[in-house]
Design a protein around this ligand. Structure first.
Ligand SMILES: Nc1ncnc2c1ncn2[C@@H]1O[C@H](COP(=O)(O)OP(=O)(O)O)[C@@H](O)[C@H]1O
Ligand SMILES: [Mg+2]
Length: 280
């Protein structure tokens, strides 16, 4: 195949030996299967801001600061230099988050190189050694779905203990690797302590996992893991091995799960319409 332009600097610098094939074109990025340091890996090339469909970006970047005050002033002013700096901060956010999460013992892909805005990372594989499918593409029975949900809730707790909220968690950002589920896709992840929307975004992430579980025949019930873990976190009581009941009470932290799910479904429909419009 012709080398995609975003990968040419990596080939030139010997970080990537060969581009094997495109793996996936997602919302935010084009992902390629490549040969790097002699093994099959993934190269994630971020689409530039104008091609990005991510909504409400300011909600996520709130609290995120540039390296120096000149860059921050430029970002605030929205100048050309500012746009470039913001773009760079966005691209690096995924790498920063991945390192933070690995240090906290969360199972995320191992990063190998970050060069010219391209992240080269571990290829998450299924039992046959092929690129792992996304959770949303795998057929499973109710018991397996429940086990997967429980595992992912424990991962989200570990993430929150490390001060990280994913921000776009769904069954499409979880890969079913041979050794278990692997959460991916962190450019929009946020700092739980420094962002006033963190609680709301966490509840939304957890509602997405509830949505996945409901889709596998779980009885409709007010699962409140999100509110429960946030309350423990805010009190300073959340530990990586904290066991949640999902039966959180408390007036202040009540979650309208079905409302959130309806909102998510409306967002999905908007996205479908938008895509259909663009393809037409
Ligand atoms: N480390 C990886 N191993 C295997 N497949 C991956 C990996 N990273 C991404 N992918 C594939 O590429 C898709 C898009 O990547 P993702 O990081 O979710 O970006 P986007 O923001 O475009 O959704 C994923 O849904 C997955 O199928
Ligand atoms: Mg994704």
């Amino acid at each position: 195949m012709r080398t995609p332009s975003g990968l040419i600097p990596l080939i030139d610098q010997g970080v990537v030996e060969q581009v094997l094939r495109p793996l996936m074109s997602g919302k935010e990025a084009q992902v390629y299967l490549v040969l790097s340091d002699g093994e099959e890996r993934v190269a994630k090339v971020y689409k530039d801001a104008t091609h990005r469909s991510f909504k409400h970006r300011a909600d996520y970047t709130e609290g995120r600061r540039a390296k120096n005050s000149r860059d921050q002033r430029a970002i605030n002013k929205g100048s050309k230099h500012g746009k470039a700096q913001e773009e760079e901060a966005w691209r690096c956010a995924e790498v920063d988050m991945i390192y933070r999460l690995r240090a906290a013992g969360v199972r995320v892909p191992e990063p190998y190189h970050f060069l010219d805005g391209v992240l080269v990372m571990e290829l998450v594989k299924d039992a046959e050694g092929n690129p792992a499918p996304r959770l949303g593409e795998v057929a499973m029975d109710a018991a397996t779905a429940q086990r997967t949900f429980d595992y992912l809730i424990r991962e989200v707790v570990k993430m929150l203990c490390a001060g990280v909220v994913h921000g776009d968690l769904s069954d499409f950002n979880v890969l079913m690797g041979a050794d278990g589920p692997v959460i991916i896709d962190f450019p929009q992840s946020l700092d739980a302590a420094g962002n006033q929307n963190a609680r709301e975004i966490l509840l939304r992430d957890v509602a997405n996992l509830n949505h996945f579980l409901l889709g596998h025949g779980a009885p409709e019930q007010p699962l409140k893991h999100g509110a429960e873990m946030w309350e423990k976190y805010a009190r300073g009581d959340l530990r990586p091995d904290s066991v949640l009941t999902g039966k959180h009470k408390g007036s202040e932290a009540r979650v309208d799960l079905m409302g959130l799910i309806r909102e998510l479904e409306a967002d999905e429909r908007d996205e479908e319409r938008r895509r259909a419009g663009r393809l037409a």
